[in-house]
Ligand binder design. Structure first.
Ligand code: ARG
Length: 459
């Protein structure tokens, strides 16, 4: 059933219809559309448009339709309705006859689709929230397990200073904490209901919009009808939250891919999240992590696509806005799948503590310690930095670690160096010194871990 036949003397071209229809993707809004329709029928009854009996009949039929949709969502796709709104209305008319035609009084698909999509975003927000918390739990568990494991820390992919593996895990916990806070923020801002805004100017019926909003679980109603039907900030904000979170996931995946490489050998991913090569029998590839890294592109793509779509749209609703859904659905599905896959990858990951320790011992990552040692003996830091730079050049030439020099050799770089230097050059000393809040010392990581174990986000 087309919703708008009266003005037209001929039907749509089949190619136009296929081009215009959104049912093939907005069928995913069926439940929200039905729930929104029930609330609208109640608001119409309170406004005196429907009798109590009419409203009850409509509600009963809509609730039955909801059950049918939940049992067999695929039936929707058999229909040639233009979109989910016409599908629901058509089904309602099939069930209750002409009474069904009263439901759309004072409502437009413009405020309807805006409401449906917000309801969908709100529901997904909760799922994303749970998936982010689950991933944080996986990271905290790994951090607790590998709390004291030494890990070489890098800048510019050059060995920089030693870390603990637990510290690396908790860095990502912080990132996902900010993602949680972004989702929470977005959910708060989108929590206003557009229903009752009509096509663009507000409905002509005396609807108590705040009551309607609350009946649908919103905090309140939107305040301007033009804005309400043309606003897609909630979609953009969710896409931005998804994109940022995917960046975090992708960076984590990249770290782990590197750690898992034959060259580093710091970790071994479980068989369950890796796959083999069809040609090379020795291969065990980190496909799950590569796909997380790879899928990040399409999520960011959905964000930029919608930004560009919205950019020059005149007030108020334009059909361009129908393009908001596929990217959003895909981005949220992808995000949820990647969060889940990341949790799975962390679950049975094995850390090769010998390899991480060995790597941390190489690359002169205790050079800063030697400089700090000289500072403690009274040398200004800039000079100490220079002296140690010379020592590192000599160490590289002799293919030695700094602590492998004899005291006499070290003294050639500075008289201030004494026998006690060696205790400062151990990895343990490097770690222990970084006891500042947020540092990598075992004590700092321990207290960070204690703070995280309740999974309370700090925002
Ligand atoms: N399918 C449309 C969308 O997704 C629904 C709103 C249509 N409104 C209209 N006036 N044509 O945006």
């Amino acid at each position: 059933m087309a919703l708008w036949g009266g003005r037209f003397s001929q039907g749509s071209d089949v190619r136009f219809k296929a081009f215009n229809d959104s049912l093939p993707f907005d069928y995913r809004l069926a439940e929200q559309d039905i729930v929104g329709s029930v609330a609208w029928s109640q608001a119409l009854q309170k406004a005196g448009v429907l009798t109590v009996e009419e409203q009850q009949n409509l509600q009963q039929a809509l609730e039955q339709l909801l059950l049918e949709v939940q049992q067999d969502p695929n039936q929707i796709l058999q229909s040639d309705a233009e979109d989910i709104h016409s599908w629901v209305e058509g089904k309602l008319i099939d069930k209750v006859g002409d009474l069904g035609k009263k439901l759309h009084t004072g409502r437009s698909r413009n405020d309807q689709v805006a409401t449906d999509l917000k309801l969908w975003c709100k529901e997904q927000g909760e799922e994303i929230y749970a998936a982010l918390v689950k991933l944080q739990e996986a990271l905290v568990n790994l951090a607790a397990r590998e709390q004291s494991t030494v890990l070489p820390g890098y800048t510019h992919l050059q060995r920089a200073q030693p870390l603990t593996f637990g510290h690396w895990c908790l860095a990502y916990v912080e990132m996902f904490d900010r993602d949680l806070s972004r989702v929470k923020d977005a959910l708060h801002r989108m929590d206003r209901c557009p229903l009752g805004s009509g096509a663009l100017a507000g409905t002509a019926y005396p609807i108590d919009r705040d009551e309607l909003a609350q009946s649908l679980g919103f905090r309140s109603a939107t305040l301007n009808s033009l804005d309400a039907v043309s606003d897609r900030d909630h979609v953009l904000e969710l896409l931005f939250s998804a994109s940022t979170s995917m960046l975090h996931l992708s960076r984590m995946a990249e770290d782990l891919i590197f750690y898992n490489s034959g060259e580093a050998g710091f970790i071994e991913l479980d068989d369950a999240v890796t796959s083999g090569s069809s040609l090379m029998p020795q291969k065990k590839n980190p496909d799950a992590l590569e796909l997380i890294r790879g899928k990040t592109g399409r999520v960011i793509g959905s964000l930029s696509a919608l930004m560009v779509t919205i950019k020059a749209l005149p007030m108020a609703y334009n059909k361009d806005m129908q393009e908001d859904k596929e990217g959003l659905f895909d981005a949220v599905d992808t995000w949820l799948a990647c969060l889940d896959m990341a949790s799975l990858c962390l679950q049975d990951l094995k850390v090769n503590q010998d390899a991480t320790l060995k790597a941390a011992q190489q690359g002169h990552s205790n050079a800063t310690e030697l400089a700090d040692y000289l500072v403690a003996k009274g040398l200004p830091f800039r000079e100490a930095h220079h002296v140690v730079g010379e020592a590192v050049v000599a160490a590289i030439e002799k293919n030695k670690a700094l602590e492998e020099f004899e005291l006499a050799d070290l003294k050639q770089f500075s008289d201030l160096i004494d026998e006690d230097v060696f205790e400062h050059l151990t990895i343990e000393a490097c770690l222990a010194k970084r006891e500042v809040l947020g540092g990598t010392s075992r004590a700092s990581v321990e207290s960070a871990l204690n703070g995280k174990s309740q999974f309370e986000t700090q925002q």
